[in-house]
Ligand binder design. Structure first.
Ligand code: 5RP
Length: 214
């Protein structure tokens, strides 16, 4: 499995040129890309979590603050689920808000994953991760449950100091509608559904790396 993650990450790093501003995602797959960037490229990284910031510093990558840039050249990140239209579910690592902001600011958003993350429909294997403001979070969880999921509070807070929940939905609904409904609930900061955002996915499989493109 680690080899599959590494092979996908290596493909993504091929797209990075010296001098670029690069969004650095969070998770075990993208960590292979971060280590390789540190060894082979001179770029400015914009980390999506405290964990990634620490790793990038250790790898010798120069870091910039998100407020320093209007646009990021390329963002590399992992995913918990990927469907055939390159829609993603993200956030099991709890970094979904910063990951979404960095992805939205990027000209190219590249996803790296192993083949176990491919699904026919989102919500098949992973819950939808949602970040909630602490004030009234129990009410927000009830609102989420009224959309038809089981909502479980996670122990760990986000790097923004907010609550994180896992929402277990059935994979049958329209994912675009679900994303809008979750976002419209007061108290929701952001959700981990990344719809129509990824430009390219590199999927590490036993027979090599598959590229999915929009
Ligand atoms: C963190 C994320 C990660 O990118 C996602 O959980 C995938 O991680 P991994 O590569 O370790 O499976 O969204 O918030």
């Amino acid at each position: 499995m680690e080899e599959l993650k590494r092979s996908a990450a290596e493909k993504a790093v091929e797209l990075i040129e010296n001098g670029m501003v690069v969004g650095l995602g969070t998770g075990s797959t993208v960590s292979y890309a971060i280590k390789l960037i540190g060894k082979t490229r001179k770029v400015t990284g914009v980390p999506t979590s405290v964990e990634t910031e620490k790793l990038a510093k250790k790898c010798g990558i120069r870091l910039g603050s998100i407020e320093d840039f209007d646009v990021i050249d390329i963002d590399i990140d992992g995913a918990d689920e990927i469907d055939g239209s390159l829609n993603l579910s993200k956030g099991l690592g709890g970094a979904l808000y910063r990951e979404k902001v960095v992805a939205l600011m990027s000209k190219t958003f590249v996803v790296v994953a192993d083949e176990s993350k491919l699904v026919e429909k989102l919500c098949e294997k992973a819950p939808v991760s949602v970040e909630l403001l602490p004030f009234g979070y129990r009410r927000t969880m009830r609102e989420l449950e009224s959309l038809g999921c089981r909502c479980v509070l996670r122990e760990k807070r986000s790097d923004n100091g907010n609550m994180l929940v896992s929402c277990y939905f059935e994979p049958l609904q329209s994912i675009e509608d679900l994303a809008k409904e979750i976002k419209s609930i007061t108290g929701v900061v952001e959700h981990g559904l990344f719809i129509g955002m990824a430009s390219k996915c590199f999927i590490g499989g036993r027979r090599g790396v598959i590229t999915l493109e929009r």
